[in-house]
Ligand binder design. Structure first.
Ligand SMILES: [Mn+2]
Length: 267
């Protein structure tokens, strides 16, 4: 296993922030920042996630970059999971580009990983003991190896599907993207529907990757004619009341959810 202290010494976190209360309630309470002292770089008001994260990459120098939502909480010892994941992935793919706690397996279309989601009050994902190659990752946490040279596409509009776009760019450049066991809490709000901003990101990804479609993202399919989005919207509308009933309480400390999942000791 790569020494967790070596990983810590070459690590930074970047967050795109538009809700300081959520940041203070979740990401900023993580052991990774409070006790391990990993620096947090914040970008505000970026025109898109891609532009914001590229600015964050330009403003930092760490070799391992953790791009995290403001509503994500890293349980204590997460850097040990990360160190193990890096060591494991470097044995199979020394030129890896992306690691993540949650994504979609290319062969089986299964949700891979281990994440608590408050929006659906569930621990989700098929747990893995070794890194699994994926066709897309959820945007809640993306770990990027800076030396891979991979960056976000500034032409991708808005704040959606940049995990899918990044993973596809990685594989297109001959570099790997993997999900590994590094559980986190996503203390996310219930989402009633995907808005017009999602349609913009979806249309871009559909056009850009038409040669490799269909693509499975953690939320829906990107398909040649866009039927994947229509189908998602219909199902989301039909299941709205059921989904609303599943939504958890994001005002609860994410530590409570981490304790429930067995990732942290109570107290
Ligand atoms: Mn989030």
């Amino acid at each position: 296993m790569r020494d967790p202290d070596d990983v810590l010494a070459d690590l930074c976190v970047i967050a795109l922030v538009n809700d300081d209360a959520s940041l203070a309630h979740n990401l900023e309470t993580s052991d990774l920042l409070t006790r391990q002292g990993v620096p947090l770089h914040i970008e505000r008001g970026a025109a898109s996630a891609s532009i914001g994260y590229n600015a964050g990459l330009d403003a930092t120098t760490a070799g391992i970059v953790v791009l995290a939502h403001q509503d994500v909480y890293f349980p204590p010892g997460w850097h040990v999971h990360l160190a193990r994941a890096i060591a494991d992935v470097e044995r199979i793919d020394p030129d890896w580009a992306v690691l993540a706690p949650f994504g979609m397996c290319a062969e089986t279309d299964a949700h891979i990983g281990d994440v608590w989601s408050t929006g659906i009050s569930r621990r989700v994902g098929e747990r893995v003991s070794a890194p699994r190659a994926v066709q897309s990752v959820d945007e809640l946490v993306i770990v990027l190896r800076r030396a891979s040279g991979l960056r976000f596409d500034p032409a991708l509009p808005r704040y959606h599907l940049y995990g899918t776009d990044l993973v596809q760019m990685a594989w297109a450049a001959g570099k790997g993207a993997y999900v590994a066991a590094m559980p986190v809490v996503h203390n996310d709000d219930f989402k009633a529907a995907l808005g017009a901003d999602f349609t913009e990101s979806y249309a871009f990804v559909r056009r850009k990757w038409q040669a490799v479609l269909p693509l499975r993202t953690p939320v829906l399919w990107v398909t040649k004619r866009g039927f994947g989005l229509l189908r998602y919207r219909f199902r989301a509308w039909r299941g709205l009341s059921k989904r609303r009933a599943l939504a958890g309480d994001t005002s609860v400390s994410p530590k409570v959810y981490a304790v429930q999942c067995g990732w942290e000791d109570a107290g």
